[in-house]
Ligand binder design. Structure first.
Ligand SMILES: NC(=O)c1ccc[n+]([C@@H]2O[C@H](COP(=O)([O-])OP(=O)(O)OC[C@H]3O[C@@H](n4cnc5c(N)ncnc54)[C@H](OP(=O)(O)O)[C@@H]3O)[C@@H](O)[C@H]2O)c1
Length: 346
C-alpha cells in the first residue's frame, strides 16, 4: 500500500510516501481502507517533535489521527463491525499505534472506528475525530449533552475545527451559543454552524455585546486562554467552567484572585489523557449527533496523499476550514469523492 510516514521527527521534509505491506489487524482490531485522512494541528506538532515523545516505537510512524473509509478486514474477537461498513476513525496514530490514517489502509482498535451514516461524506468522517470529540468533551466534561442543555455557551474561535463542532454540538444540546471570530469570512462560518451571536473579537465592544447576550456564560470553550483572559473573566461567575483545549506560544499568568472572586473554574484538557469513560461519552455524543445529521463539514481543502507535507504545512500555517488528504479511493459505493489530479484547495 502507499503510505505517508516519517522515521524521525523534524520539519515536514521528514515525510515520505512509500510502498509498505498492507498491515494485518490483530485481536480486537480492524483494518480500514482509507478514503480520506483528516489533518489536525496535533499531527504536525507530533511530527515536528514539538510535543515530546522519544524514539518512534516501531521505527516509523504513519501520521494522522483521523480518517474515514470502509472496514476491509476484521481481527479476532471483533463483533461490532463488519467488512464493507463505512466508518470514521479517531486517534488512529495514538498510544503507540504506528498505523495512522495517512495511507491506503490503517489498523486501529475496533472501538476507534465508528459507523459513518450513508448521508455523511468520507470528508466529514475524516474531519470528526480530534476536533468533534474534543468539542464534545469541552462541553460535556463527562456528562454529555445534558451538561449544557439550556446553558449559555461561548465558543472562542467559532470558525476553527474544534469551534465549529462545539457550536453544532452545543446547539443540539439546547444551549444558547455565542462565538468569537477574527474576520467576516469566519463570522459567516460560525453563523452557518448555528451560532446565535457571532462577534469579531478584533473590534471594540466585544464584552458588552456578549454580556447583553448573556451576563454570565455557563461554559466557555477556550482556544486562547491568555489572549482572552479578561474577556472570559468579564463573562464568568459562579458555575462558569472554562474548558481550555489549546496552549499558546507562552503560558498565561492566571489571576487567581479574580478567578476566586468569580467562583469560576478552569478545566484544562488534552484528548490523549481524557479518562476512558469520559472519552467514550464524548465519542458517543459525536456519533449520535452525526447520526442525527447535526454535524456538517467546514469548507474542505483537499490534498493528494503524496502532498502530505504541504497538507501538514497548510494546517501549521492556519488554513481556514478542514485540510484532508485523499488516497484516491472512492469507496465501494462509488461515491464520487476525490481523484488524483483534481484541483487541490477550493
Ligand atoms: N487539547 C486537545 O486535546 C486538543 C484537541 C484539538 C485541538 N487542540 C489544539 O487546539 C488548537 C486549535 O485546533 P483546531 O483544529 O480547532 O485549529 P483551527 O481549525 O486552526 O482553529 C483555531 C481557531 O482559533 C482561532 N483563534 C486563534 N486565536 C484566537 C483568539 N485569541 N480568540 C478567538 N479565537 C482565536 C483561529 O482563528 P483566528 O486566528 O482568525 O482568530 C482559528 O479559527 C490547536 O492548537 C490544536 O493543537 C487541542
Amino acid at each position: 500500500m502507499r503510505a505517508a510516514l516519517y522515521r524521525q521527527t523534524g520539519p515536514s521534509s521528514v515525510l515520505s510516501v512509500e510502498e509498505l505491506a498492507v498491515p494485518e489487524p490483530g485481536a480486537g482490531e480492524v483494518r480500514v481502507r482509507v478514503a480520506f485522512s483528516g489533518v489536525n494541528p496535533t499531527d504536525w506538532k507530533s511530527r515536528s517533535g514539538a510535543t515530546g515523545g522519544g524514539p518512534l516505537a516501531h521505527g516509523f510512524q504513519v501520521p494522522h489521527q483521523d480518517g474515514a473509509g470502509e472496514v476491509d478486514a476484521i481481527g479476532p474477537g471483533v463483533s461490532e463491525l463488519r467488512v464493507g461498513q463505512r466508518v470514521w476513525v479517531y486517534l488512529a496514530a495514538a498510544f503507540g499505534n504506528c498505523w495512522g490514517t495517512a495511507a491506503e489502509y490503517c489498523v486501529v482498535p475496533a472501538e476507534r472506528a465508528l459507523p459513518l451514516p450513508d448521508g455523511a461524506t468520507f470528508e466529514l468522517g475524516a474531519s470528526l475525530g480530534v476536533p468533534a470529540v474534543t468539542a464534545a468533551h469541552c462541553l460535556g466534561l463527562g456528562r454529555g449533552p445534558r451538561a449544557v442543555a439550556g446553558a449559555n455557551v461561548l465558543v472562542a474561535g467559532g470558525a476553527g475545527a474544534v469551534g465549529h463542532f462545539a457550536i453544532q454540538l452545543a446547539k443540539q444540546a439546547g444551549a444558547r451559543v455565542a462565538a468569537t471570530v477574527s474576520t467576516e469570512a469566519k463570522a459567516e462560518l460560525a453563523r452557518a454552524a448555528g451560532a446565535d451571536l457571532v462577534v469579531n473579537y478584533r473590534q471594540p465592544g466585544v464584552a458588552d455585546q456578549l454580556k447583553s447576550f448573556a451576563p454570565r456564560m455557563d461554559r466557555i470553550v477556550e482556544v486562547a486562554l491568555g489572549a482572552n483572559m479578561d474577556l472570559d473573566l468579564a463573562l464568568a461567575g459562579p458555575g462558569t467552567v472554562i474548558s481550555v483545549y489549546a496552549s499558546e506560544a507562552s503560558d498565561p499568568v492566571v489571576p487567581t484572585r479574580r478567578f476566586m472572586s468569580a467562583n469560576a473554574a478552569v478545566h484544562y484538557l488534552l484528548l490523549y489523557g481524557v479518562p476512558k469513560a469520559e472519552l467514550a461519552e464524548a465519542v458517543a455524543w459525536t456519533s449520535s449527533a452525526l447520526a442525527a445529521g447535526v454535524l456538517t463539514e467546514l469548507p474542505v481543502q483537499r490534498f493528494a496523499l503524496e502532498d502530505v507535507g504541504a497538507a501538514q504545512d497548510a494546517v501549521e500555517h492556519g488554513a481556514v476550514g478542514k485540510v484532508v488528504l485523499g488516497t484516491g479511493w472512492e469507496g465501494n459505493a462509488g461515491v464520487p469523492v476525490f481523484r488524483h489530479g483534481q484541483a487541490n484547495a477550493q
